[in-house]
Design a protein around this ligand. Structure first.
Ligand code: FMN
Length: 414
């Protein structure tokens, strides 16, 4: 029986261990986690979600408070159209985050950045162009375009000197989305270097509707591989979503995947950015504690623990400080939901908003606990300690378990 280590992901002459740790915003996939993946010969992701907040936390910059100060007069207003990101600040924050991570890189692996199109930031094109440009300038090995169709994203950086040498790829959940992406970008004469196919059991936002349970990763992988073969395209395809053991991963590699992208198993490692208390919540979760709901203002379903403190919280929108989900007109579905509740409950000190959540604030505070479908199996990947808590793992331990295990076995920590 084959194991993951029998395979290699090839980019030209470069060979990598075919394990990619997926991007997890906001700073759940930290630089430390990505650096471990690269050191061990695979690919790690940082994320540029709420990058100004991340820069403040990592480098003691003051970008969030400066933005809040600039727009303070607008805090009580429901019209957020005047709130804009300062592009040079966004550039500096991205360069800090990417540049310092790349300086620390050791080993033969790579570090990519996860860029979500749904972070429309009040000016979708201008901010995305700056995010992509600054990441390339700061030396990122590759960019993974996610949470959106990204039909125009390659064009935003077509003049960048690294446009053809950095590894650029996209996450899709259907051959249809891939076909659209390829068609829209045909004139650039630049194919993606990799395609990540994410199935419905993944964490974070899902590229499916609420009928996600009707789909499965193996079938979509087969459809994408057939599509590429018919088009005579040779692009590495990476399978993601619900790959929990080394044997699960090896099975995808045997069926034509070039690598696997995994995330949930790394949420309980010491390098992961979630607070330790939340890691314990992930360990104790049972299957019935996990749901896919529609409270994300992005419009995509999202999987999370039902006990996430951010669910139902009716806090005032914090767009002056954050504002990452504001569209080109300064709108966000949470603002509308919040205003509706305030109008329905005049004079109330606090309102509850059940249908949407202020995702920026709650992801920033680690109060929305997004997770993969198999989070309820995490307790089987470690040891229970005498105080009842679960032992936090090292990223190296989990990475090696994926790389070397067979027979559906999961190695427990030593
Ligand atoms: C806590 C968490 C946060 C995530 N956040 C993001 C994100 O910000 N952007 C993204 O493209 N994918 C995100 N994902 C999806 C992962 O990158 C990955 O593709 C997927 O979870 C793999 O499936 P697995 O978790 O079952 O291994 C997230 C996953 C988790 C578990």
């Amino acid at each position: 029986m084959k194991r993951v280590d029998d395979f290699r992901l090839r980019f030209g002459k470069q060979e990598l261990v075919p394990i990619v740790i997926g991007g997890m915003g906001v700073d759940i996939s930290t630089a430390d986690l990505a650096l471990e993946a690269a050191r061990l010969g695979g690919i790690g992701h940082i994320s540029d979600a709420m990058v100004q907040t991340v820069s403040d936390a990592r480098f003691d910059t003051k970008f969030v408070s400066q933005k809040l100060k600039k727009y303070k007069a607008n805090v009580a207003s429901s019209d957020k159209s005047s709130v804009q990101f300062c592009l040079p600040t966004l550039e500096e924050a991205t360069r800090n985050h990417v540049g310092k991570t790349m300086e620390a890189k050791r080993g033969d692996g790579m570090i990519f950045i996860n860029c979500m199109e749904k972070l429309t930031m009040g000016a979708p094109r201008e901010t995305l162009r700056m995010r992509l440009k600054a990441a390339l300038d700061a030396g990122i090995d590759g960019i993974t375009l996610s949470a959106g169709l990204h039909l125009g994203s390659f064009a935003l950086i077509e003049d960048h000197p690294r446009f053809r040498d950095a590894k650029l790829g996209i996450i899709v959940s259907s051959p249809r989305a891939l076909a659209m992406f390829l068609r829209k970008n045909a004139r650039l004469n630049r194919l993606p270097d990799f395609i990540i196919v994410e199935g419905p059991l993944a964490g974070g936002h899902l590229g499916f509707g609420m009928d996600w349970a009707k789909y499965d990763l193996a079938t979509i992988m087969g459809e994408v591989l057939t599509f590429l073969k018919n088009e005579h395209l040779d692009i590495p395809v990476i399978a993601a979503g619900g790959i929990f053991t080394g044997s699960d991963a090896a099975a995808f590699l045997e069926h034509g995947a070039a690598a696997v992208q995994v995330a949930t198993r790394f949420t309980v490692t010491k390098e992961c950015g979630l607070p330790d208390k939340v890691k314990q919540d992930y360990f104790v979760a049972n299957e019935e504690d996990i749901e896919v709901n529609t409270i994300s203002p992005t419009g995509y379903p999202m999987r999370m623990l039902k006990g996430s403190p951010g669910i139902g919280s009716g806090i005032r929108p914090n767009c002056e400080a954050y504002g990452y989900l504001l569209d080109a007109n300064g709108r966000c579905a949470y603002i509308d939901a919040y205003n509706r509740e305030v109008e329905l409950h005049p004079g109330a000190k606090k309102v509850k908003v059940m249908d949407k959540t202020c995702l920026c604030t709650h992801m920033r505070n680690f109060d929305i606990w997004t997770c993969g479908h198999y989070t309820y199996r995490l307790k089987d990947t470690t040891l229970r300690q005498s105080d009842g808590s679960y032992q936090i793992l090292s990223a190296e331990h989990v990475f090696h378990d994926y790389q070397f295990s067979t027979d559906q076995k999961i190695a427990l920590p030593g």
